[in-house]
Design a protein around this ligand. Structure first.
Ligand code: F6P
Length: 337
């Protein structure tokens, strides 16, 4: 349960005439309940709401449909995004953003709710900075790497999915006394790896926030072997800037005859039914987005901070990197054998 702020929505000019909602960038579990939250809250307040297909790509060409309450029935439990998503490099062009704003104005839409990661929120900020369209961003990414919110929509589900997969790998690792390097997602950030590593009792966690010390890792693993400790184990590796880093680490461990097996979990972490936690978070953020619009807000992202729904200006979201809690990582190290 998140504490929602009491916002003043008594100024009639603040209420949007019509809202468009879109999902953008990598999909994540929880996008559907977030869309549902926006649609149902808008209808509750008597505001028209349109669902945009394929993120900014659909916005540019006006591919959107007006939604009613039943448009979002039976989606709260579904993974992915029923509006579909897209990475849209064309939206980096101001002329293309102008075109999108004109499409919205033609349809009488004056506000957009964008659900996505940092690239998508940057697009939202630029759209409103250059055009007379209001925007509210919601943090939707499994990576949890968005400033201004303790949690992003999809992170909890992705962590649970990876933990479930690694629990299975652990069975094989124990049976065959083998070492596994398991690569998890989280472009350039170690949130998923750290949480997953703690939750599945990993023997080691490798994340981009800390320099990779391959010699120290080899030394420890060889030493464990010499001391007769079980050679079975799980090392969770964050993918870093691009997937596949684990294959290189495995090559280096092989030089010491450690013979690790590599498992890259990949997109399995992005799919699946959202966890109960993600459904509640997404529903609170989706409905709050409409509250904030009706209270006159623009150019902010709505997130959660210390259990409370809180807005942060989008330019701050773009300018700041969310830092991994060092204490959490230190705690993970404490838990290693
Ligand atoms: O940002 C979400 C994410 O799933 C990252 O963890 C991953 O690096 C990236 O998207 C993969 O993107 P794509 O599916 O476009 O290859």
């Amino acid at each position: 349960m998140y504490i929602t702020p009491t916002l003043n929505d008594s100024e009639p000019t603040s209420k949007p005439r019509a809202i468009a909602v879109l999902t953008s960038g990598g999909d994540c579990p929880g996008m559907n309940p977030a869309i549902r939250g926006v649609v149902r809250a808008a209808l509750h307040k008597g505001i028209k709401v349109f669902g945009v297909q394929r993120g900014y790509s659909g916005l540019i060409i006006g591919d959107m449909q007006e939604m009613d309450s039943s448009s979002v029935s039976n989606i709260v439990q579904r993974g992915g995004t029923f509006l579909k998503s897209d990475r849209c490099p064309a939206f980096k062009d101001p002329a293309v953003r102008y075109q999108a704003a004109e499409v919205l104005k033609e349809k009488g839409i004056d506000a957009v709710v964008v659900i996505g990661g940092d690239g998508s929120l940057t697009g939202a900020h630029l759209l409103t900075s250059e055009n007379d369209i209001r925007v509210i961003g919601l943090p939707g990414t499994i990576d949890n790497d968005i400033y201004g919110t303790d949690l992003t929509i999809g992170f909890d589900t992705a962590v649970n999915t990876a933990v479930e997969a690694i629990d299975r790998i652990r069975d094989t690792a124990l049976s065959h006394e083998s070492l596994f390097l398991v690569e998890v997602m989280g472009r350039n950030s170690g949130f998923i790896a750290t949480h997953v590593g703690i939750a599945c009792g990993a023997e080691m966690i490798i994340i981009p926030e800390y320099e990779l010390q391959i010699d120290a890792i080899c030394f420890q693993l060889v030493n464990n072997r010499l001391q007769g400790k079980s050679s079975s184990g799980i090392i969770v590796v964050a993918e870093g800037p691009k997937p596949g880093v684990t294959t290189n680490i495995a090559k280096q461990l092989n030089q010491q005859e450690l013979d690790p097996k590599v498992c890259i979990l990949g997109h399995i972490q992005r799919g699946g039914s959202p966890s109960g936690h993600d459904r509640v978070l997404a529903s609170c953020l989706g409905t709050s987005a409409v509250d904030y619009l009706c209270a006159g807000y623009n150019d902010v992202m709505i997130g959660v901070q210390n259990g409370k729904i809180k807005e942060t200006p989008l330019h701050q979201i773009i300018e700041n990197n969310k830092q991994l809690d060092n204490q959490l990582f230190e705690r993970a190290l404490m838990l290693h054998k």
